[in-house]
Design a protein around this ligand. Structure first.
Ligand code: CUA
Length: 271
């Protein structure tokens, strides 16, 4: 009887904890309401199955408890029951996976008018690069990383000379404009995660991963690293600020370009 009670309490406590929990998700700040829909679908399917399975266990423990003279029936196979369980599970799993395929496709199908924004990770710092007036990011290579050139830009690529470099500072984005986020790591695996944007992706040394989103409200949001990357992992935080267009322009004008950064840092040739 104690086991039955514990099982029922487990279900009640789980449902109550969910309903009263203060750790609910953060208000969304991007266009990815689809991500929330897929989470909600998964939540209801797994939640209902969890409650049903535990209640069924409690019922069986009570109904088929030991009583003198009772004998168990031997029934190793039941085709009909197996068919129902297998098809029910298949439908449930498909309902959880299928929306993800559609949403993933949208997540990585970048609209043509999206502005490229590069995020560069290293132990344990977030840096950023925005295209300059030409709207293009120049080529880069981790092999070109030096103290003067922290993001490893190719100095011979003119497209990169006007790129705006933000080393370890805040990233600003204009509200309502789609951005193509390009992710690069110059040492180990990291993961760019801003909970309010419902967007998250691994950053892999040697390749550029990407996704896109449109910030839908202004505010200051925290960037978290979501991949264990060494002792500083938990302190690897960054900040992204979503601004109105005018505030964004004012901020952008204060940032330094790659050319300015090189001029400030490279030893001047003696003449
Ligand atoms: Cu970077 Cu964890």
């Amino acid at each position: 009887m104690a086991v039955v009670l514990i099982l029922v309490l487990l279900v009640l406590a789980s449902v109550l904890f969910h309903a009263l929990s203060p750790w609910w998700w953060t208000p969304i700040a991007s266009n990815w309401t689809y991500i929330d829909s897929t989470l909600i679908i998964t939540f209801w399917i797994t939640g209902i199955v969890f409650v049903a399975v535990i209640c069924f266990m409690a019922y069986c423990v009570y109904r088929f408890r030991h009583r003198p003279g009772n004998q168990a029936a031997y029934e190793p196979e039941n085709r009909k029951l197996e068919w129902w369980l297998a098809s029910g599970t298949a439908v449930g799993v498909a309902a959880m996976l299928a929306p993800g395929l559609v949403v993933w496709n949208q997540f990585i199908t970048v609209p043509d008018d999206a502005t490229p924004v590069e995020v560069v990770s290293q132990q344990w710092l977030w840096s950023f690069r925005l295209p300059g007036a030409d709207g293009k990011l120049g080529r880069s290579d981790t092999r070109d990383v030096t103290p003067e050139n922290p993001l490893g830009l190719n100095k011979n690529d003119t497209a990169g000379l006007d790129d705006v470099i933000i080393e370890g500072g805040e990233l600003h984005l204009p509200v309502g404009k789609p951005v193509r986020i390009l992710l690069r790591s110059i040492d180990v695996l990291h993961d760019f995660y801003v909970p309010e944007f419902r967007a998250k992706m691994d950053m892999i040394p040697g390749m550029v991963t990407y996704f896109w989103f449109t910030p839908t409200r202004t505010g200051t949001f925290e960037i978290l690293c979501a991949e264990l990357c060494g002792v500083g992992h938990s302190q690897m935080r960054g900040t992204v600020v979503v601004d109105e267009a005018a505030d964004y322009q004012a901020w952008l004008e204060q940032q330094q370009t790659f050319t300015q950064l090189l001029a400030a840092r490279e030893p001047q040739p003696a003449d």
